[in-house]
Design a protein around this ligand. Structure first.
Ligand SMILES: [Mg+2]
Length: 131
């Protein structure tokens, strides 16, 4: 968020994983949507900000994705894109065809601790309020 201000970026791109990041991984047939503490609130806040582009980052099969997106939308969480960032195209130095461009990655595999780190996300968002 600091860098965003320094470089006068209009928005930041945040990619977010689902399992063991937003909700506890569920191995049942029916997803239980057991959110981690503050995950729902943090994602709602980001949904409602113009300076955050929210991108779902998931290896969930296409057939199941719609179910997730519908459920998240019903909870006030809307993703701008899924596994893609069409807003940032190739530059002289970077090819974003296969690897999408993002500023912040929220994924347990990136070291995000879902039990505790969502409250930090909310804190950072409130420090950098724009609208
Ligand atoms: Mg995960």
């Amino acid at each position: 968020m600091n860098r965003k201000t320094e470089r006068h970026w209009e928005k930041i791109y945040v990619i977010v994983d689902i399992h063991d990041t937003i909700v506890h991984a569920c191995y049942e047939n029916t997803e239980t949507f057991d959110y981690f503490l503050s995950a729902k609130e943090a994602l709602q806040l980001m949904t409602n900000r113009d300076d955050v582009c929210l991108i779902l980052w998931s290896s969930t099969y296409r057939e199941k994705l719609a179910m997730y997106l519908d459920h998240f939308a019903a909870d006030g969480i809307r993703f701008d894109y899924v596994n893609a960032n069409p807003e940032v195209t190739n530059t002289a130095l970077s090819d974003f065809e296969a690897k999408l461009y993002y500023n912040v990655g929220i994924d347990d595999k990136f070291g995000f601790e879902p039990e505790t780190d969502w409250t930090s996300v909310i804190e950072v968002l409130s420090l950098y309020k724009t609208n």
